[in-house]
Write a protein that binds this ligand. Structure first.
Ligand code: ZN
Length: 410
């Protein structure tokens, strides 16, 4: 079973990693940025890196040379773990960054970008080179497009305003002519079998083309007649894709032009979908909170965490403005516990129980911590921006973490 990261999490992780990388500065010209598009073979990229490695022996400063070579080495071992480059390419950032005193430490970030990397690029500088990724942030959401009737099908992708045709094929159903001696019942039956096979082929292509795009916001299905609805209703699509279908829309065509019609006709549905969706999610929560017994609501970190661990959470709402990390620590006396700290604050210096020094066993963004716990119970997670009044209220009045429950918990 392929691992499918939700669009929500992919977007959050991308944004967060970008924030982490953008301010990093190296001591010298020794931070390496590598962009590899999907069209590049892994061994080509490796050959390029080996070449850079040998050229780096000309660097005058012994420390810089050592650091550059260390970074190239580290990138190569990461790259080696890929059989092929993922559909949108990958970007790797690696190098020694300053620590206290004269120390440095090696960092490496791997980004699976939400849009395709178009050009191979290697750069060694005193900071990471992020320009190719900057335009990709957030709002250019992408949608899968399928236009289908019984004759043909076209599959495409909408990213921002760009429509890309990914695949087109004919059904060949009508090519099966009735043979002499065949009964019309049998003929009808053959046609239905052919149609079924055709829908299956469409669905398999959709799986190939869409399943590895976690950033994809939704799928739009179009076509002139009832075929599109039949295709959707009968559940031919992979279940992860089926969940993403926004709606079906009438179009006159099922070719490349049909994709344009589909986007045009679905525009109202996808316009501002992000913010409208966020607002309605928070309103649903507020609706529960307003009920006399608190309805199916839960809010505040500890309360939500406990409901989540019981599997009682249907939808988890987490504010993007939440600036905290979840850490697990252990002291020399064996006291081990988890605690939430504000980002950048070092509240983990001493043990809560005995006051001795502690070792940090795990340290991650609190949102990732919640994502992981939610995945275990098939709980839906929604990151809520602070761009709407509702989003602001979630952060300020409800601590930035709230949930709509599946059932009431005591
Ligand atoms: Zn202790």
């Amino acid at each position: 079973m392929e691992e499918v990261v939700s669009a929500e999490r992919a977007r959050y992780d991308f944004k967060k990693t970008m924030q982490e990388i953008v301010d990093i500065r190296g001591r010298g010209t020794e931070l390496i940025s590598l962009y590899v598009p999907a069209s590049k073979q892994v061994f080509d990229a490796m050959a390029y890196l080996r070449d850079e490695y040998s050229q780096s022996s000309n660097i005058k400063s012994k420390t810089t040379m050592k650091n550059v070579q260390g970074a190239i080495d580290s990138i190569m071992s990461r790259l080696k773990t890929y059989k092929t480059i993922p559909p949108n390419g990958i970007a790797i950032f690696c190098g020694e960054i300053p620590r206290a005193g004269d120390q440095t430490r090696m960092v490496q970030f791997v980004i699976n970008p939400p849009e395709a990397i178009t050009a191979f690029l290697y750069r060694c500088d005193s900071q990471f080179y992020l320009d190719p990724l900057k335009g990709m942030l957030l709002d250019k959401k992408s949608y899968g497009l399928i236009v289908i009737d019984r004759n043909e099908c076209t599959i495409g992708l909408l990213t921002g305003n760009r429509i890309e045709t990914l695949k087109h094929f004919d059904s060949l159903i009508m090519g099966k002519h009735r043979q002499g001696g065949q009964s019309s019942v049998r003929f009808e039956r053959l046609i239905e079998i052919a149609a079924h096979e055709y829908y299956k082929r469409v669905a398999e292509s959709a799986t190939d083309l869409f399943l590895n795009r976690p950033e994809m916001e939704g799928i739009l299905i179009g076509g002139p007649g009832y075929t599109k609805d039949f295709f959707f209703r009968e559940g031919y699509l992979h279940h992860e894709l089926q969940k993403k279908v926004i709606d079906t829309f009438d179009t006159g065509y099922t070719d490349e032009y049909g994709l344009k019609e589909l986007v045009e006709n679905a525009k109202n549905s996808i316009q501002d979908m992000g913010l409208v969706k966020e607002k309605s999610l928070v309103q649903r929560l507020f609706g529960e909170i307003r009920k006399q017994d608190g309805g199916l609501s839960s809010y505040g970190e500890e309360e939500v965490r406990s409901a989540l661990s019981m599997g009682a959470v249907d939808t988890l709402l987490v504010s993007e403005g939440l600036n905290r990390r979840r850490i697990e620590v252990e002291c020399d006396n064996g006291h081990r516990y988890e605690v939430t700290v504000h980002k950048g604050k070092d509240e983990n210096a001493v043990c809560n129980v005995c006051g001795d020094g502690v070792t940090v066993l795990r340290n991650e963004d609190i949102v990732d911590d919640f994502f992981e716990k939610a995945e275990a119970f098939n709980t839906r997670v929604e990151i809520i921006s602070t761009d709407s009044e509702e989003g602001q209220m979630l952060l300020t009045a409800f601590g930035g973490i709230a949930a709509v429950l599946r059932y009431k918990v005591a």
